[in-house]
Design a protein around this ligand. Structure first.
Ligand code: 0X9
Ligand code: ZN
Length: 300
């Protein structure tokens, strides 16, 4: 079962999703979207209480960056509440959800067994291990804020989509691009609601909508315990960095609403909030995710 009192290992995360799919077969279905370099199944849970095709879908992932431990619990709490809390049944009545709690399981396991602050995948290259998966997507790949040095933390890879993990998300996005209306990718840290573009300081055509929805989400989160987020484009608010999954979802797969959510930090280096912080962070973030849902439900 799921826990928010400690950081679960990848096999526990997979077990939880498997159990949910087995226990609630009419609501939840397990999907394997691909495999990591080391051969782990990259699992997703599709949650739907509706019938008919062409339903709007919200795609959520977490854990693209291995060390950002607070992100997977946010995705797991979302699954827990959508499926196991009947008071939230309305949230999957008109909208489908696909949730990928850990997109970089090799890196995530490595942060547990070897190097707590590992960020990248675990592909062996000639000089160093790993590619920054959030520089590896093929949308203005390598044009800004990415490195061609294998040992860099922001190594973009030998070519775009060199990593099986980014290929898996790419393939899922394209196979479902017609129905995906919102893409959320959870990272940490810094309390930012980022939206495209990350490759340029130019604003997207729907900047006003992206900003206004961000304000709604921030208001919902702030109401819980006063936590606030800054809202804006990745380049203008944080830094230019091309090859991210959010830019790819919007620019290449046509998902008009895409956000990179930089969750709150914690611990001595920001990436390691104590386990006691999991609960308050997932609680307040859940309120923000519900605000996203309400917007998508009302719009489509
Ligand atoms: O640099 C990143 O990949 C993200 N920040 S993090 O500290 N979690 O590494 C921000 C990514 C924002 N999106 C794009 N630049 N496309
Ligand atoms: Zn990150």
């Amino acid at each position: 079962s799921v826990s928010f009192t400690y950081y679960m290992r990848y096999n526990e995360i997979v077990s939880y999703l498997t159990t949910i799919a087995d226990t609630y077969p009419s609501i939840a279905r397990l999907i394997v979207i691909g495999h990591s370099y080391e051969g782990r199944a990259i699992v997703a849970l599709r949650i739907s209480r509706g019938t008919g095709s062409n339903r709007p879908e919200i795609l959520v992932d977490a854990g693209i960056h291995a060390r950002e431990w607070i992100a997977p619990p946010v995705a797991l709490y979302l699954i827990n509440q959508l499926v196991e809390n009947t008071a939230n049944a309305y949230l999957s009545q008109d909208v489908d959800w696909v949730i990928i709690p850990s997109l970089n399981p090799d890196g995530y396991e490595y942060t547990h067994t070897n190097t707590r602050l590992w960020r990248k995948t675990r592909t062996p290259n000639t000089l160093c291990y790993g590619v920054d998966p959030n520089r590896n997507f093929d949308y203005y790949w390598m044009v800004a804020g990415a490195s061609s040095s294998q040992c860099s933390e922001i190594y973009a890879g030998p070519r775009a989509f060199s990593e099986s993990e980014t290929q898996a998300l790419r393939d899922y996005l394209h196979a479902n691009s017609q129905r995906i209306k919102l893409y959320l990718t959870f990272h940490s840290y810094g309390n930012y609601l980022l939206y495209p573009w990350g490759y340029t300081s130019a604003l997207p055509a729907n900047n006003e909508e992206l900003y206004a929805l961000g304000v709604r989400v921030n208001d919902a989160i702030r109401a819980v315990a006063g936590t606030t987020y800054s809202i804006g484009t990745s380049t203008n608010l944080l830094y230019a960095a091309a090859g991210g999954s959010d830019d790819y979802a919007k620019g290449a797969a046509g998902v008009e609403l895409a956000y990179c959510i930089e969750l709150p930090g914690g611990g001595n280096v920001g990436f390691n909030p104590p386990a006691t912080s999991i609960w308050p962070i997932v609680q307040e973030t859940w309120e923000g995710i519900k605000a996203y849902h309400d917007y998508i439900r009302d719009k489509y």
